[in-house]
Design a protein around this ligand. Structure first.
Ligand code: SAM
Length: 518
């Protein structure tokens, strides 16, 4: 398959593996409630996504991202180019001396590549990612997504009408749409939901012949794909003989047509001498409408609506954030791609629209969806993202909360030692993940036992109380599960002989050296 190349690509293709694993530190003063399982993280999403991996790998059902469009506009609240000081510093570190030669498209691609790789790892097998973008980077984004997610997992390019009136100062055409690129993790497992039918659509269903099966609408009984077998004359109940218009034929065979007539499914018009039409009952189509790839502003909102929404929440204060998305737009995405208890992630969250959309949708359908939101800029994360969600919770009187987290130090310091702040559960989660590539089930943790591998071959144990003093002793053997499975035990020291380890089917792994780096 053709692949896109750019300056710096070599340095970033495996960069996701080099990002240090950091712990997350809850900031109580900004958080709301306890154990809500909703998260807002302040920090670079590259490190935030990595920090989430031991907890959420293969767990997210729907990812929505609205990354900087790279329009060249640097004067916004957040930097729309990849020229923000933080990203510039990151590029300098990762790409090195070559950074000087990078054009803004190279930089954008370098920035997106490792982040998209981590996002893919976080997605569930039946999950999907929705990426907002415009013509500045749409072609590059498609090529990147093809490479990372696989072209076979492409679902659709949606066109969202973001404006409704043309801009008279446009140089050529007035641009009134954005794209939303949709990729599944695995197209064979992905399902898109149907859109709820609107009252106005249902109103087109009538019951002109008082059919006991209820409301119906008629549709053309002739088709364009011609078949001689289906081209037969039909006698209407009033005795008139009708044929399909030239070049067309009927939709079914003569025999099937007779069955339809017998079942009162054919409508010949009030006077019983019209061209036959097929009756479709509302009760049969009620489950919903297949979504199309063009989303008009009347259905999902527009830029202006999004600005007004934000202004209303912040009580008319001068606009704090440039280019938020309308809540209705994100709600539509979540509606189509999630069940009522799924996890939704937005790692370029900006003003927090995705969080509000999740909360509103849960309120509407009594759902229990959870969100994880990540924002790079300190002032945006605290004063806009978290503050907006707080205000929505308060004004809607919702019984939910969120944890606001900062990225803490890396789990391993520069000497390869485990950070002093690291607690048992964090290390257990990390070790279980690096051993199994799946997430720990906290309910399984029992003293030093931290879980069984998914293939049920290995049991994992962690002895971790006081740094540098964790010993695998004879005493510990008494706590082992009475099973024949292989037991992998992590500790600082091992005080029992190899013979005895073999007898108990134990493999000792020394902290920190034998902890795999993810
Ligand atoms: C286009 S805005 C998103 C707007 C959002 N959809 C809304 O409705 O408010 C992009 C956001 O991503 C943030 N961002 C940029 N690079 C980031 C990174 N590496 N990690 C986390 N956030 C980042 C920017 O600060 C900005 O707030």
């Amino acid at each position: 398959m053709p692949a896109l190349n750019w300056i710096g690509k070599e340095q970033v293709v495996n960069h996701d593996k080099e990002v240090p694993f950091r712990l997350l530190k809850k900031v109580k003063s900004i958080s709301v409630g306890e154990n809500s399982q909703n998260l807002i993280i302040h920090g670079d999403n590259l490190e935030a996504l990595k920090a989430l991996m031991p907890y959420y790998c293969n767990k997210i059902k729907c990812i929505y991202i609205d990354p900087p469009y790279n329009t060249g506009n640097e004067g916004w609240v957040y930097n729309d180019n990849v020229n923000s000081t933080k990203i510039k510093r990151w590029l300098g570190k990762v790409v090195g001396g070559e950074t000087e030669d990078l054009c803004r498209h190279d930089k954008w691609l370098c920035m997106m590549y490792p982040r998209l790789k981590l996002l893919k790892d976080l997605l569930k097998e039946n999950g999907a990612i929705f990426v907002s973008i415009d013509d500045d980077e749409a072609d590059h984004a498609r090529a990147l997504l093809d490479e990372i997610f696989g072209r076979q997992n492409f679902v659709a390019t949606i066109i969202w009408q973001k404006k409704f009136s043309p801009q008279s100062d446009a140089k050529f055409f007035s641009d009134v749409h954005d794209y939303i690129l949709v990729y599944s993790k695995n197209i064979t497992n992905f399902r898109v939901k149907l859109l709820q039918r609107k009252e106005s659509t249902n109103a087109r269903y009538l019951n002109l012949d008082n059919d006991p099966r209820g409301l119906w609408m008629s549709s053309d009984f002739s088709v364009k794909t011609y078949s001689k077998k289906y081209d037969y004359p039909i006698t209407t109940p009033s005795g008139k003989i009708v044929k399909a218009t030239k070049g067309r034929c009927w939709a079914t065979s003569k025999e099937r047509f007779k069955e339809f007539v017998k079942d009162n499914r054919i409508w010949f018009g009030k006077n019983l001498n019209g061209v036959p039409r097929l009756k479709r009952f509302l009760s049969e189509v009620k489950e919903g409408i297949v979504p199309t790839t063009i989303w008009f502003y009347q259905e999902v909102g527009h830029n202006q609506e999004a600005r007004q929404e934000l202004k209303k929440i912040f009580r008319g204060k001068e606009l704090l954030f440039d280019n938020p998305k309308p809540v209705r737009l994100i709600k539509r995405i979540i509606q189509l791609a999630t069940d009522s208890d799924d996890l939704i992630l937005d790692s370029f969250v900006g003003s927090g629209t995705t969080g509000q959309a999740v909360l509103e949708l849960n309120k509407e359908d009594s759902g229990n969806r959870k969100f994880i939101l990540v924002e790079l800029e300190d002032a945006v994360a605290k004063n806009i993202t978290a503050e907006r969600i707080k205000r929505v919770i308060k004004s809607e009187k919702l019984d939910v909360g969120f944890e606001f987290c900062e990225l803490d130090r890396p789990l391993f310091n520069s000497e390869g030692e485990i950070e002093n702040e690291c607690v048992f559960e964090q290390l257990a989660t990390y070790i279980y993940f690096t051993e199994t590539q799946t997430n720990i089930d906290k309910k399984q943790i029992n003293k030093s036992y931290i879980g069984l591998s998914p293939d049920e071959i290995n049991e994992y144990y962690l002895i971790f109380k006081e740094k540098h003093k964790n010993k695998l002793t004879k005493e510990f053997l008494k706590n082992l599960k009475k099973s024949t499975k292989r037991k992998i035990v992590y500790a600082d020291f091992c005080l029992i002989s190899q013979d005895e380890l073999d007898k108990y089917n134990i493999e000792f792994k020394q902290i920190p050296y034998e902890i795999k780096r993810y």
